[in-house]
Structure formats: C-alpha cells, structure tokens
Write a protein that binds this ligand. Structure first.
Ligand code: AMP
Ligand code: ZN
Length: 466
C-alpha cells in the first residue's frame, strides 16, 4: 500500500486513486527558453520514481506533462517579459526556434538519466483553444475581469485561495514589491493573468492568437489546468512539481480549475525539493547550473547522477558537489562490478530467498518514496548470503524502479587481458612486501590500460573503466 505526503493536507496519507487501477498523474514540465540543468533533472527523476512505484503497485498510470512554450513571465507572479521572448533575444533566434531547440535538449537530458517519457506530452501553444475554452467557463461562472492589459482571475471570489501554501494572504501582501504590480487596474495584486493582450510592453510579442477578449497570449497557469483536464479528468489523482510551484503556480491552478468545475482539482499534491549548489537553488536565472553535457564531459556516467539523486529523500534538499557525484559514481561502479558475477538469465528463482529483501525495499518506497532506505536494502541484499540467482532476480526487480540499467551488467563478467592480470599480480606482491612506491606505480600503469584496482579483504578487485 502506497503512502504519500500530500502538500494539501500536510500529512502522509494512504494513496488510493479515484478509479483503480487507473491513476491520472500530471507533472509540470519545463519552460523551454534555456538549457535543462541537473536541478530540473532531480525533479524529473523524482517524477519517474513515483511513476515506477505506482506501476510496481500494479496501477495503470496515465502520465501527462506539459511543455511551456508561451506565457511564463520572468516573475511567476505575472510581471516582466515572457521567458520565451527573453530566450529568443539572448540566443538570437525566433521564439519558435528557441522552443524547438530547448525542448529537444530537454528530452535528450531526460533520456540520458533513464527517465521514462510521459504517456502524453502537451505543448501550451498546441492547446490555445482549450485554454480559451476554460477562461470562457470562468467568465460564465463570474470569476474574471478585464483591464486594458489582461484578463484576470479575481481571487476575492475564491475564498480558499491560499489553502495549498498555508500562507495568509495578508502575509503575502506584505511581501509585494512595487515593481511586481505592473498593472494599476488590477483589483488585487494577487489576481493573476489568464490572458495577456498584445498591448503596452507586450505590443511586439511574437506569439499571439485571437480570443473573445482581444488578441494576445495565455498566462502560464491556465495552460496546466486546461491541458491536465483535457487529457485526464476534472479531478486528478496526482499532480507533481518542484516546491517553488506551491505558493503561486499550483495555488492559481487550483483556484481556476475549481472555479471552473466546482469540483476538487487534485487529490494528491506531490512536491520535490531543490537541488542546491553552494547552498543556493540551482537555477537558470542565477546561472549557477550544470548541464548533463558537463557531467559527461568530466567523465561521469549520467546514471551516476541518477544514483546521486536516489541517495537523498525527495523532500530533502540536496547540495550538489563534484565530490558527491564522484562518490555516487564509485558506488555505481562497485555495484556494476559485483553484479557482473551474478547469472544473467534468471530462469527459476528460488522462492523466498530474495522476497524478504524485495518486500523491505518496497516497504521503504511505499512509505513516501524513501529512496535512500530502499538503496540501503538493495546493498544489504547484494552483500547477503542469498544464492546468486536470487540476487540476480532481486536486482532485476529492484532496478525496474531504480532505473540504473543494471541488467546491462548482470552476468557480464569482464575478460581482463593477460598483461593487466600480470601487472595486478606484481602489484599485489609489491604491496604485500610493503613496497608501496612500486605498488602505486603499478596501479598507475594498470589505470592507463583502463582498469582500476580496489583492495578488498578478499583480495584485489579489478574494475574496468573501458
Ligand atoms: P522550469 O523550467 O523553471 O519551469 O522548471 C521545471 C521544473 O524543474 C519545475 O518543476 C521546477 O520546480 C523544477 N526545478 C527548477 N529548478 C530546480 C532545482 N534547482 N532543483 C529541483 N527542481 C528544480
Ligand atoms: Zn504547471
């Protein structure tokens, strides 16, 4: 039985979908105006683990994700220019070219860390009609008003506006900066835009569509409500995103969706904590980010990054350092080396031998996705006295969730060339004789040939870096 922390109730709750075994899950996707960085990837690996756990619990998951290619302004609170226009200016391309380039880069990054692609990917610019339809519904229900610059959602008409964040509106208003309130005709600074008109500072906006209220483009929040309800239901089982989305984006999604349908919008809100660098959020705007290419250029396997993400709970911050990535790479290399000695085809797995570990592994994950604990169980199993075929079966089952592609290593013991074996032998003799200088030199020669030595109590272990 899966238990999940629900941001809405601030409690860990038993998960049950509305129409079992089906689960409708929506995840906020990237704004494609700049490179995907490894901070984003932490959130999307989190989504991936959640989806895989749901599937391991025999749910049929329909996973929908959006691509934001219009309407996300520099401030989440609807001020500044559209991020897409900013990207176009910075990279000297049209907004459409920028969107295509960075969406491709996003998928490439996501694939390298073995994230399963969503069942449905929905681009905001492909769903303008759906967004207009939803605004229209809100108009009929009396939740919108219009200024010279935009069509707004009137939050005073929606009493539970801050339920998700738990913030008092009063507290929010204290924090309002003058430059955030750019439209003087807005009734309340926290009313949010559903549709921007191509006037004033948006008069040259290149993405524009006709609408019943005037030519313009949709706001960022309305796209997620419109597309999630289009492909899933009026009520979603799960909605995910990074924690930055709680106070504004998801708060606004709830208000406009529930105002339109009169029903609860989302039953379980799942939010992922940030990846930090030097104690600060890794972000495009701070330019303190690393891309997956940089990870690979430094000689790391992208799956070592995935392994690193698995070592922290999704609701805890994780500070990225090259040292921590190195440790993750070593752990992954060690795991791969160990499983090379296991049988590759697991035809008849001995009943019971692996199942208690698998049960503990699932128990950890089923209690609010405790990935670090699940990893520890996996290591206990690998080091246990279980028969090798039971270990192999276990690895295959656990890796359906961990997603480390361990099947590629199972039973693939490496043929170490004779010359390398001779050097290993020589080094072992030098080491035993206390001749550490020579032993180090030999280690260096072995490394140049593409192999590393790890000294274990059972003797030297040879790790291939080829
Ligand atoms: P964006 O493209 O900025 O809309 O971000 C896409 C997703 O990545 C959102 O769910 C963000 O919350 C998430 N995200 C952005 N930066 C980070 C970070 N440093 N760590 C974890 N998730 C992040
Ligand atoms: Zn969203």
């Amino acid at each position: 039985m899966l238990n999940l922390y629900n941001t809405l109730s601030r409690k860990i709750e038993k998960f049950a979908p509305l129409n079992p075994p089906k689960v409708g899950m929506y995840s906020c996707g990237p704004t494609v105006y700049d490179y995907t960085h490894i901070g984003h990837l932490r959130t999307y690996v989190g989504n991936d683990i959640l989806r895989r756990i749901l599937e391991a619990n025999k749910y049929e998951v329909k996973h929908v994700m959006n691509i934001t290619d219009v309407g996300h302004l520099v401030s989440d609170e609807d001020s500044g220019e559209d991020k897409m226009e900013k990207g176009a200016r910075e990279f000297g391309r049209t907004v459409w070219e920028v969107a295509k380039f960075f969406e491709d880069y996003f998928w490439k990054s996501v694939d390298t860390v073995n994230i399963e692609r969503p069942s449905i990917v929905a681009k905001a610019t492909d769903h303008i009609a759906e967004q207009i339809k939803l605004i229209h519904k809100l108009e009929k229900n009396g939740f919108i008003y219009q200024t010279d610059q935009a069509v707004y959602f009137d939050i005073s008409k929606f009493p539970n506006y801050t339920e998700l964040s738990g913030q008092k509106l009063q507290e929010k208003q204290v924090g309002v900066r003058v430059d955030v309130v750019v439209d003087k005709q807005k009734k309340n600074p926290y009313d949010f835009a559903l549709w921007f008109f191509t006037v004033g500072h948006f008069k040259d906006h290149s993405m524009r569509w006709p609408s019943p209220w005037g030519e313009g483009f949709p706001g960022w929040h309305i796209e997620c409500s419109a597309m999630s309800m289009e492909y899933l239901d009026d009520c979603l089982d799960i909605h995910t995103g990074g924690i930055d989305h709680i106070p504004v984006h998801h708060t606004n999604e709830i208000a406009q969706s529930e105002a339109a349908t009169g029903k609860q919008f989302v039953r379980f809100w799942v939010h992922f904590e940030f990846l930090l660098v030097d104690g600060e959020k890794m972000s495009k705007s701070k330019k303190n980010f690393y891309k997956i290419d940089e990870i690979e250029q430094k000689g790391f396997d992208p799956l070592a990054l995935r392994y690193l993400f698995l070592t922290a709970h999704y609701r805890d911050k994780l500070n990225f350092t090259w040292k921590s990535l190195e440790a993750a790479q070593n752990a992954l290399d060690n795991l791969r080396e160990i499983i090379r000695d296991l049988p590759s085809s697991v035809i008849a797995s001995p009943e019971g031998a692996w199942q208690s570990y698998y049960q503990k592994f699932m128990d950890a994950l089923n209690y609010d996705l405790n990935m670090p604990q699940a990893l520890a169980v996996m290591w206990d199993m690998v080091r246990s006295e279980c028969p090798t075929s039971a270990k192999a079966k276990s690895i295959l089952e656990m890796d359906k969730i961990l997603g480390l592609k361990l099947d590629e290593y199972l039973g693939k013991s490496i043929e170490v060339p004779k010359n390398v074996m001779e050097l290993v032998e020589k080094r072992e003799q030098a080491r035993k004789a206390g001749n550490f200088k020579e032993s180090d030199q030999l280690r260096h020669r072995i490394k140049k040939l593409g192999y590393e030595i790890e000294d274990t109590s059972a003797g030297p272990r040879i790790i291939s870096k080829l």
